[in-house]
Design a protein around this ligand. Structure first.
Ligand code: ATP
Length: 447
C-alpha cells in the first residue's frame, strides 16, 4: 500500500506506551514481578477512559433503543456450551517455533515459512501444531478431566443459551437484540501490540434476532450504519477507519455477510469489531446438543421458527487503545513565556476524555486563591469530570494537554476583583474570561 498523509503513522507505539505509563493510563500487569505477557492494568486515567468507551457503547446500543435489552452472563459456563459452539473442537490457532532462536509465532501471521523474521534463520521452523485458545480451569476440589471448565473466549454464548429466558421475561419478540459487556479470555500464542492482542480483554457484544421475513440483510445494513455513526460521533477520524466487507471465502460457511471494522494502527490495519450475519447457526447448534427447543413462537402465525442472528462484536480494550492513538497529536507551539516548544495533546472527544475540566489556583501559597479555586472545582464536579491542581501554569497546561482535558480554568489575582476566571480551550488554546457564576451554564453548553 502506498503511504498517504492519512496512512503514514503519526505516532509510534513506543510513544503511546510511554505516554500511557507516564500519565497513568495503562500499566503492564504484575510489573513488580517482571510482568506477565498479554495482561494489562488500567491506571486512574485509563480506568475512566475505558469506562467512558463502554458507557458510550452501552448508551447507543442499549439505553437509547427500545429494541435492545441488557444482559450479564457468567464467565464460566457448562463445558457443553463450548462443545456446541464449536470452540472445543475448532477454536485453534497453528503455532510454530523457530528451532534456532526459540521464538514462537502464529503460523498465519507469518508472510512465509522459509525464514524466521526474528533471527533470519532459514528452514528453522518446527511443523505447525494446533493450539486451543480457550483457557482452562477446574471446578471443585478434584483436578481431573471431569472437572475441566473454560473461561469464556467470547461473551456471546451466554446470550444464546439464555435466549428463551430473556425473550420470555423481557416480553420481546424478534426483531430485538440482547447486549452485554464483559471479560473474555484467549490464550493467544503471540499477544502483542500493547493492549491490541491480550489474553484477558473486554468485549461489547450485541446479538440481534430477526424473523426470517426477507428483511435480514436490510437490518444487517442498518447495524453497520449504526456502528459507523458510533465511531464518527465519538471522534474517530473517518480516514483512519475502514469497513472491510468479507468475501464469501473469508466468512464461515453459515454466514451470509460479514464486515470487519478496522483502524489504521501505527503497524497497519487492525480489527476493532466484527459485524456478522450468522443465520440460525448458533441457536441451531445449542438446540441440537441440548435437545431443548429455543425457537420463538409467533402468536399471529401460530408457528415456531428459529430467528436469524445479526451480531456486532467489538473489543472494548482495542477501542480504548484506538481512542488514545487517534487523539494523539504532536505539534509546534509556544509556551506562556513565548518560548518555542513541542506540544503533545490528546484531542479526545469531550464525552470520552477521562477529565473534562481542570481548575487551577495560580499560586500554591495564597489561601484566598486556593480556597476559591477549590470551591469552583467542587461545584463543577457535581456535573463534570474535574480535577483541582495548582502551581506553574505552563506545566499545568502541558500536563492537561497530555491527558486530553478539553478545558482548563484558572483562578488568578484578578479573579478576586472581577469574579471571573480564565478558561483555556485545549485544541485552539484560546483563552477567555468567564464570570464564575456563568461557568456551569458555559460548560453545560460546551460539553
Ligand atoms: P483477531 O483476528 O484479531 O484475533 P478475532 O477475529 O478472533 O480477532 P473476534 O472473535 O471476532 O476476533 O472478536 C471480536 C472482537 O473482540 C475483535 O474485533 C476484537 O476487538 C476483540 N478481541 C478479540 N481477540 C482479542 C484479544 N486477544 N485482545 C483484545 N481484543 C480482542
Amino acid at each position: 500500500m502506498t503511504e498517504t498523509a492519512a496512512t503514514a503513522p503519526r505516532v509510534t507505539m513506543d510513544e503511546i506506551t510511554a505516554l500511557a505509563k507516564r500519565r497513568g493510563f495503562i500499566f503492564q500487569s504484575s510489573e513488580l514481578y517482571g510482568g506477565i505477557g498479554g495482561f494489562y492494568d488500567y491506571g486512574p486515567l485509563g480506568a475512566v477512559l475505558k469506562r467512558n468507551v463502554k458507557d458510550a457503547w452501552w448508551r447507543e446500543t442499549v439505553q437509547l433503543r427500545d429494541d435492545v435489552v441488557a444482559f450479564d452472563s457468567s464467565i464460566i459456563m457448562h463445558p457443553l456450551v463450548w462443545k456446541a459452539s464449536g470452540h472445543v473442537d475448532q477454536f485453534h490457532d497453528k503455532m510454530i517455533d523457530c528451532k534456532i532462536c526459540k521464538h514462537r509465532f502464529r503460523a498465519d501471521h507469518l508472510p512465509n515459512l522459509d525464514q524466521c523474521p526474528d533471527c533470519g534463520s532459514k528452514k528453522s521452523f518446527t511443523d505447525p501444531r494446533s493450539f486451543n485458545l480457550m483457557m482452562q480451569t477446574h471446578i471443585g476440589p478434584m483436578e481431573d478431566t471431569a472437572s475441566i471448565a473454560y473461561l469464556r473466549p467470547e461473551t456471546a454464548q451466554g446470550i444464546f443459551v439464555n435466549f428463551k429466558n430473556i425473550y420470555q421475561t423481557a416480553r420481546k419478540k424478534p426483531p430485538f437484540g440482547i447486549a452485554q459487556i464483559g471479560k473474555s479470555f484467549r490464550n493467544e500464542i503471540t499477544p502483542g501490540n500493547f493492549t491490541f492482542r491480550q489474553r484477558e480483554f473486554e468485549q461489547g457484544e450485541l446479538e440481534y434476532f430477526v424473523p426470517d421475513d426477507g428483511k435480514d440483510m436490510a437490518i444487517f445494513a442498518e447495524w453497520v450504519d449504526a456502528r459507523k455513526k458510533w465511531y464518527s460521533d465519538y471522534g474517530i477520524k473517518a480516514d483512519r477507519l475502514r469497513f472491510y466487507e468479507l468475501p464469501a471465502d473469508e466468512r464461515p460457511h453459515y454466514a451470509k455477510a460479514g464486515i470487519d471494522v478496522e483502524y489504521l494502527f501505527p503497524w497497519g490495519w487492525g480489527e476493532l469489531e466484527s459485524i456478522a450475519h450468522r443465520g440460525t447457526y448458533d441457536l441451531d447448534a445449542h438446540m441440537k446438543l441440548s435437545g431443548k427447543d429455543l425457537r420463538f413462537f409467533d402468536e399471529a402465525a401460530k408457528q415456531h421458527y428459529t430467528p436469524i442472528l445479526i451480531e456486532s462484536s467489538a473489543g472494548m480494550d482495542r477501542t480504548t487503545l484506538t481512542m488514545l492513538i487517534d487523539a494523539y497529536e504532536k505539534e509546534k507551539s509556544v509556551d506562556p513565556n513565548g518560548k518555542e516548544m513541542e506540544r503533545v495533546v490528546l484531542r479526545f472527544h469531550p464525552k470520552i476524555a477521562p477529565q473534562q475540566i481542570a481548575v487551577f489556583s495560580l499560586a500554591r501559597n495564597k489561601p484566598e486563591l486556593v480556597e476559591r479555586a477549590r470551591a469552583i472545582e467542587a461545584d463543577l464536579r457535581r456535573k463534570f469530570r474535574t480535577q483541582y491542581d495548582e502551581g506553574n501554569i505552563g506545566q499545568l497546561y502541558r500536563r492537561q494537554d497530555e491527558i486530553g482535558t478539553p478545558f482548563c480554568v484558572t483562578f488568578d489575582y484578578d479573579s478576586l476583583d472581577d469574579q471571573s476566571v480564565t478558561v483555556r480551550e485545549r485544541d485552539s488554546m484560546r483563552q477567555e474570561r468567564i464570570a464564575v457564576d456563568r461557568l456551569q451554564s458555559y460548560f453545560s453548553e460546551k460539553l
